[in-house]
Design a protein around this ligand. Structure first.
Ligand code: A3P
Length: 295
């Protein structure tokens, strides 16, 4: 991809008040009118919640644990990101349209912006949620290295921007609460990053069951091993090293950065934590959605 992706556009636009890349906004009609298929599987997340991890897990489930096949192409090629348009590469919509079924797809869209066809076709959705503090830290580092997104500024600046929802794909609260509220109205499996860290086997088994599969111990073992942080960090098809530095500058920080719960403690000051906690509980009031911020 290197030559074509020399100049990367990081301008942002907006759709219904949600900040999204400008190229996404330009083709918004096409994205919103995306035609889902009944046997699609959609992974939905707020950015940095463990999307790539779940992609590898579900891809392997769809392949009955065939590790070799799962390494057929980089994760961002085998799983179209429906609202992304990484010009001059094909848009996520084009990539998905060209794909044979069954398709595994990815989105970061909040519920109100999801193409309605996903609901109409009753597509199975796996939603991965991650505690807001670790999401903020992970997104801060990601925006430092992803040249297709605006630079995050200093950590202090980012703390305010992120808490206010002034980041690409909008606010964490709206996203997570929105998906939580509709989870029982559709075929949605709601999974927590912290739970997968705690017991990957248990959470992978939940996904296996949700997708109507039943594997032998041998297959489960293969999936577990191939989707560990260590394995994914050194897997060129999962760690995004096939993208040129002009897109993901992994000399700044690697995509597979730490993969832990609680790294926020190395970033938040005591004062920031106080401000955060106040805002967090104000916004989460009335939901029965709870997160763990430490292991
Ligand atoms: P950190 O930046 O905290 O390390 P996404 O795929 O949604 O962009 O999320 C990326 C985050 O998930 C990064 O978090 C990355 O390290 C973490 N991650 C990716 N694969 C993982 C794995 N196998 N185990 C644990 N964490 C993983």
């Amino acid at each position: 991809f290197s030559e074509e992706l020399e100049i990367v556009d990081n301008k942002m636009g907006e759709v219904q008040g949600v900040p999204l890349p400008e190229a996404t906004c330009e083709i918004w009609e096409q994205i919103y009118n995306f035609q889902a298929r009944e046997d699609d599987i959609l992974i939905s997340t707020y950015p940095k919640a463990g999307t790539t991890w779940m992609q590898e897990i579900v891809d392997l489930i769809m392949l009955d644990g065939d590790v070799k096949k799962s390494m057929r192409s980089p994760c961002f090629v085998k799983v179209p990101f429906i609202e992304l348009y990484p010009k001059p590469m094909p848009s996520g919509v084009q990539a998905a349209n060209a794909m044979e079924s069954p398709r595994l797809l990815k989105t970061h869209l909040p519920t109100q912006l999801l193409p309605p066809s996903f609901w109409e076709k009753n597509v199975k959705v796996i939603y991965v949620a991650r505690n807001m503090k670790d999401c903020m830290v992970s997104y801060f580092h990601f925006q430092r290295m992803n040249q297709a997104l605006p630079h995050p500024g200093t950590w202090n600046e980012y703390f305010s921007k992120f808490t206010a929802g002034n980041v690409p794909w909008g606010g964490w609260f709206d996203h997570v609460i929105g998906w939580w509220k509709i989870k029982d109205k559709h075929q949605i499996l709601f999974v927590f990053y912290e739970d997968i860290i705690e017991d990957s086997r248990r959470e992978i088994q939940k996904v296996v069951k949700f997708l109507g599969e039943d594997f032998s111990e041998d297959v489960v073992q293969k999936i577990l091993q191939h989707t560990s942080f260590k394995a994914m960090k050194s897997n060129p098809m999962a760690n995004f090293t096939s993208l040129p530095e002009s897109v993901f500058d992994q000399s700044v920080t690697s995509f597979m950065r730490k993969g832990v719960v609680g790294d926020w403690r190395n970033h938040f000051t005591v004062a920031q934590d106080e401000i955060f906690e106040k805002e967090y509980w104000r916004r989460m009031e009335g939901t029965n959605l709870t997160f763990r911020t430490q292991q």
